[in-house]
Design a binder for this molecule. Structure first.
Ligand code: DGY
Length: 319
C-alpha cells in the first residue's frame, strides 16, 4: 500500500523522525528553518499531511491558496493560534494538536521563571559571573517569598492545573480564573474567581496559562496590571499575545509590578529588545516544552493523530 506523503517542517526529536520515516513517505526539513507561506502553499500540492510547529503560519490567506491534496495538519504544539482553524476546516482539512504531554514541562518552566523573577536571578547571575560581586549585606538582593503567597492563575486547563500542583508543593494559596469553575476533584482546594479583575486583586504572583485568541489578546493591559497587589510578580509561559508589553514595562517602571518571568513574546523569535534593560525580567526563548521526554511525547502524539486519521478513525486530538 502506498504510504501517505508527509512533510515535517522542523527538526523534531530523533525518535519521532525515525517513526515517521518508518510509517510515512516523509520529507523532513533538516535545515530547521521555519516554513514560509510559499513553502506551505507548495506543500499542499505535494503532501497528504503536514506536521508543523507553531513557527509555521496557516493564515486564511495562505489556506485560500492551497491545492486540494492536503488532508491533515497534525500540529506539534498544543497552541494552535498559528492556524486559522475556520479556514482549514472550511477546506475540509483536519487539524490536531498535542495537549497533555507538555503540561509538566511547561509548568516546570513556569516555576523556574516565577522563582527566578522573585529572587533576582538575572542580576544575581550577572554579578557573580562578571566578578562584580565584591560585598554582601542583609539588604542585598532581597526578593519576594513564594511560600505562603497567593498565586493567581488565568486559564486552569491542563498546564494551569499542572502548575497549581507544583505550586502547592511550595505552600502557595492557589486562586484561579477560568471560563468555568472546575469540579472539586480538579480544583483541589483552589479558589475560583468569576472575573479576572477579582483574581488579580489577590494575585501576589500571577501566571498565564490560557490560549491566545482574539478575546485574550492583551488580557494583561495597563488597567489590569494596576489591579494587582503592589509588588506582584507576573509569569507568562503561554503566548506573547496575552501581554501588552508596553503596559508591563510601565508597571515595572512604576514599581507596581516587581518582576516578570517570560518565555513568550509578541515577536518571536527575537523577543522585545526593550526588555533587555530590565534586570527584573527573567527571560527564556519559548522553551516551555523543550525537554527530551516531552519532545518525544509531542512527536509521538502528532504521529498517533496521523495514524488514526489515515486508518479511517477520528484522531484523538481532532480540533
Ligand atoms: C505549544 O505546544 O503550544 C508550545 O508553545 C510549543 O509550540
Amino acid at each position: 500500500m502506498t504510504k501517505p506523503r508527509l512533510w515535517i517542517t522542523r527538526r523534531l526529536s530523533d525518535a519521532t523522525l525515525e517513526r515517521a520515516a518508518r510509517d510515512y513517505d516523509v520529507v523532513i526539513n533538516y535545515e530547521d528553518e521555519p516554513g514560509t507561506a510559499a513553502q506551505i502553499i507548495a506543500a499542499s500540492a505535494d503532501f497528504d499531511a503536514i506536521i508543523p510547529c507553531h513557527s509555521e503560519h496557516f493564515s486564511a490567506e495562505v489556506v485560500a491558496q492551497f491545492s486540494p491534496r492536503l488532508k491533515i495538519v497534525a500540529n506539534h504544539s498544543v497552541g494552535v493560534d498559528h492556524c486559522d482553524l475556520d479556514a482549514l476546516k472550511a477546506r475540509g482539512i483536519a487539524v490536531t494538536n498535542t495537549p497533555d504531554v507538555l503540561s509538566d514541562a511547561t509548568a516546570e518552566l513556569a516555576m523556574l521563571l516565577m522563582l527566578g523573577a522573585a529572587r533576582h536571578a538575572v542580576a544575581g547571575d550577572r554579578i557573580v559571573r562578571t566578578g562584580a560581586w565584591d560585598s554582601w549585606s542583609p539588604a542585598f538582593m532581597v526578593g519576594k517569598q513564594v511560600t505562603g503567597s497567593r498565586l493567581g492563575i488565568i486559564g486552569m486547563g491542563r498546564v494551569g492545573q499542572a502548575f497549581a500542583a507544583k505550586a502547592r508543593g511550595f505552600g502557595m494559596d492557589i486562586h484561579y480564573y477560568n471560563r468555568s469553575e472546575l469540579p472539586a476533584d480538579q480544583a483541589l482546594g483552589a479558589t475560583y474567581h468569576k472575573s479576572i479583575e477579582s483574581l488579580l486583586s489577590v494575585a501576589d504572583f500571577l501566571s498565564l496559562h490560557c490560549p491566545a485568541t482574539p478575546e485574550t489578546t492583551d488580557v494583561m493591559n495597563a488597567d489590569r496590571f494596576a489591579l494587582l497587589p503592589k509588588g506582584a510578580v507576573v509569569v507568562n509561559t503561554a503566548r506573547g499575545a496575552l501581554v501588552d508589553e508596553n503596559a508591563l514595562m510601565a508597571a515595572l517602571d512604576s514599581g507596581h509590578v516587581a518582576a516578570a518571568g517570560l518565555d513568550c513574546f509578541k515577536v518571536e523569535p527575537g523577543g522585545n529588545p526593550a526588555f533587555a534593560q530590565y534586570d527584573n525580567i527573567f527571560m527564556l526563548p519559548h522553551i516551555g516544552s523543550a525537554t527530551r521526554k516531552t519532545r518525544d511525547a509531542m512527536g509521538f502524539r502528532a504521529l498517533d493523530n496521523l495514524d488514526a486519521f489515515f486508518a479511517g478513525r477520528a484522531p484523538g486530538d481532532l480540533l
